[in-house]
Design a protein around this ligand. Structure first.
Ligand code: ADP
Length: 710
């Protein structure tokens, strides 16, 4: 069956190998197990159920919370030649009837529906008359109260599944991996916890950065100038900020759109389409934008304000670089944004316990902005990826940071002194004006021209002084009160500086970079894509992704065979669009006197097993031969966690193992004791009750050993 899956991947999608993690998930599904797949946005979840849907007999029902996403997914499936449809409130009654008839006749391999539809008796009776082989629950965190988008109607899924005459395979997919959420999903959908696959959380093409204490608009302006032709999303916290930033960027001459819930539906649709069709390159939006957006060539995501938590952040940032091409993600941090997020938490109707939970998550988001360790690593740790699978990414701002540190203690003292002399009762603008020595009327009114700090920084611009104050606030030397007009005060951290015990350093500004290097043929192919897209009225990225065009521009295929070797090119699309691209490439070759290149085979990330030996036994054999878990994982293109699951499965099937390597004897009695005390249903409390050196793997192994001993 796996070989069949591989063939489908190649012949429909044009990809020659599954990504790391996809194999494990597909393997699990095709062996008939209910499965939970946790992958970040852009990790490649859709293929995990779409390919098995094609392998299995009958139809797959996909539960998806967003109407716009359904249409996108169905368009993409039809684009590669897979019969699919969606049933939701956006289609007319007669259209719905037609689709129901076609479904009864077995014309679709996948049917997308919103969870609310499960409440309709007519729909449930339709389902009972179909041969449903699989139910895929997309955005499965919506089933959990701990998730960020709880949808009560998700709770009907299990009842619906139970009503079906033949039990289908249940597959849940989400990007949210906190233990509370994944345990909830398993429990509510009846998935065994060991069939959970957390994978692909490291997004190897994304570069994360934090910009602190700098002028946000200056930064965005410089960045956009350098990346003018690339698509990007800028998230801002409020409608007002979206409007203001949009006006600013429009005036600066960028092709920019905006999106927020205060606009009419028509305006929003138009803005979204302009962005999808590459008519605008940048979109400034609140977090209302993006849930239904699958655009694969988003090259950057900038958060103009602090997001509310890491889940929201990783989901939004993950919209960059779905096509696997290098992309950038920035958070522009300013401490005022913390107040806004706190205010928003207070405005909710959550009970006190849940509010505290939200505050904790906000704090972890703030910590992300201040950490000096690898940013990708911080994210992975947050999502519960285990220590032994963590490596520094080598790309993010903290990994690459070579900026000079400049001693700004003198400037800091001037600012602190001025804030103090103004009795900690004024905001940053007026403090900066005093330091600048401004002749402003308000300053005269308050008599600030008489202060000893008046004009102390007159050689600097006012904007520069404000930026220094922002930096002091971002680093916690200076605090800001809540409210509409935040007032500056000195924080504890400033005291040792005032006493002359510590110095204040500031790094040089974060340098923006040009994400994509210019390439004549690539640009030409993008134009061909734009023409096809407007001819066919589909978004350009549905024609071919940026990564496909990039490979074409490197390989320069001029015939169908060479074209089929390009990742992302397969039968249906080759027939529809291939000739347009080949014609452009031929002209380019002719005009530039270059040759088609030899096809460079991409590195195969995850090969399917060549032998008939079951996958878990292969891992077990390698382990028994003395290989380390991480080496086996690398060799097999799987995650360490998967290899661990393989070993646990072998142990529970009675294979004998060198226990010392899995469950050190010095911990065994203690773990057994805790299992007796607390039960073995939930791993997290056990982990918390045990010393840090005991990892989840040892706990799982101990549970298994204890059962074997009974
Ligand atoms: P998610 O739903 O997890 O956010 P998608 O399913 O939209 O991610 O996949 C992201 C992108 O990665 C899509 O453009 C998809 O076609 C591509 N992709 C997925 N699997 C593979 C693969 N095995 N090889 C190459 N590209 C892939």
């Amino acid at each position: 069956m796996l070989e069949q899956a591989q063939q489908i991947l190649k012949s429909y999608y044009g990809y020659s190998s599954f990504r790391r993690g996809q194999v494990d998930i597909i393997n699990s599904i095709l062996s008939g197990s209910d499965t939970l797949a946790i992958m970040p946005t852009g990790g490649g979840k859709s293929i995990c159920y779409q390919v098995p849907a094609m392998v299995l007999e009958g139809v797959t029902i996909v539960i998806s919370p967003l109407i716009s996403l359904m249409k996108d997914q169905v368009d993409a499936l039809e684009g590669v030649g897979i019969p699919a449809t969606f049933l939701n409130s956006s289609i007319s009654a007669s259209e719905l009837d037609e689709r129901v008839v076609a479904a009864r006749e077995g014309e679709y391999k996948l049917i997308y529906v919103a969870p609310e539809r499960l409440e309709a008796p007519s729909f449930r009776s339709l389902l009972r008359s179909l041969s449903v082989s699989m139910v895929a629950v997309d955005e499965a965190h919506c089933i959990s109260q701990w998730g960020h988008d709880f949808r009560p109607s998700y709770r009907n899924i299990r009842t619906m599944i139970r009503e079906l005459p033949v039990k289908p395979i249940t597959v849940a997919l989400t990007a949210t991996a906190t233990p509370e959420v994944s345990q909830d999903i398993c429990e509510l959908l009846g998935i065994q916890e060991e069939n959970t696959f957390v994978t692909g959380f490291a997004r190897e093409n994304l570069t994360f950065s934090i910009v602190k204490g700098e002028n946000k608009r200056d930064f965005i302006g410089t960045f956009l100038k350098e990346n003018r032709s690339q698509s990007g999303i800028i998230y801002a916290a409020t409608r007002k900020e979206v409007n203001e930033l949009h006006t600013f960027l429009k005036r600066a001459g960028f092709a920019v759109g905006k999106y927020h819930a205060g606009m009419s539906e028509e305006e929003r649709n138009e803005a979204q389409d302009d962005f999808l069709f590459d008519r605008t390159t940048v979109i400034v939006a609140t977090n209302a934008f993006g849930m239904g957006i699958d655009k694969s060539n988003v090259r950057y995501v900038i958060h103009h304000n602090l997001p509310k938590n890491m889940e929201a952040y990783y989901q939004e940032a993950g919209r960059a670089g779905r096509d696997g091409e290098a992309s950038d993600c920035y958070v522009l941090f300013a401490p005022q944004d913390i107040q806004l997020q706190k205010f928003l938490i207070e405005q909710t109707t959550l009970d006190e316990e849940k509010k505290l939970f939200e505050y904790k998550k906000l704090q972890q988001m703030i910590d992300y902005c201040h950490t000096e360790k690898c940013l990708q690593r911080y994210i992975l740790e947050y999502f519960g990826v285990e220590e032994d699978q963590l490596e520094d990414c080598g790309r993010c701002m903290n990994c690459k940071d070579q900026r000079e540190r400049v001693d700004i203690t003198t400037e800091a003292m001037m600012i602190f002194s001025c804030i103090k002399r103004m009795n900690e009762r004024f905001g940053k603008t007026i403090v900066a004006q005093v330091l600048k020595g401004s002749k402003n009327k308000r300053i005269q009114q308050f008599g600030f021209q008489k202060l000893s700090t008046y004009g102390l920084m007159k050689q600097r611009s006012e904007k520069d002084i404000v930026s220094l104050i922002d930096f002091m606030a971002a680093e916690g030397y200076v605090g800001l009160t809540n409210g509409q007009y935040p007032v500056l005060y000195l924080d504890q951290k400033a005291l040792p500086v005032i006493k002359g015990e510590v110095k204040v350093y500031r790094k040089e500004q974060v340098k923006t970079r040009k994400i994509v290097k210019d390439d004549g043929l690539f640009e030409l192919l993008r134009e061909v894509r734009r023409d096809i897209a407007s001819r066919e009225s589909i978004p350009p990225y549905l024609v071919f992704s940026d990564s496909t065009l990039r490979e074409m521009s490197e390989v320069r295929p001029t015939d169908a065979n060479a074209m089929l070797e390009i990742k992302g090119v397969a039968g249906t699309k080759l027939k529809r669009f291939g000739e347009d691209f080949m014609a452009a490439i031929r002209v380019y070759i002719e005009e530039n006197g270059v040759e088609p290149q030899k096809v460079v085979k991409e590195e195969v990330i995850a090969e399917l097993p060549e032998s008939d030996e079951p996958s878990h036994l292969i891992s077990f054999r390698l382990f028994s031969e003395g290989e380390e878990l991480s080496t086996i994982a690398k060799k097999r293109g799987m995650s360490v966690q998967t290899i661990q699951n393989h070993l646990i499965r072998c142990i529970s099937e009675g294979e004998s193992v060198d226990w010392e390597r899995i469950l050190p004897s010095r911990f065994e009695a203690l773990i057994f004791e805790k299992i007796d005390e607390m039960g073995a249903e939930k791993l997290k409390p056990l982990k918390e009750a045990l010393p840090d050196e005991v990892n989840y793997f040892a706990i799982k192994a101990a549970i298994c050993k204890k059962q074997l001993l009974q």
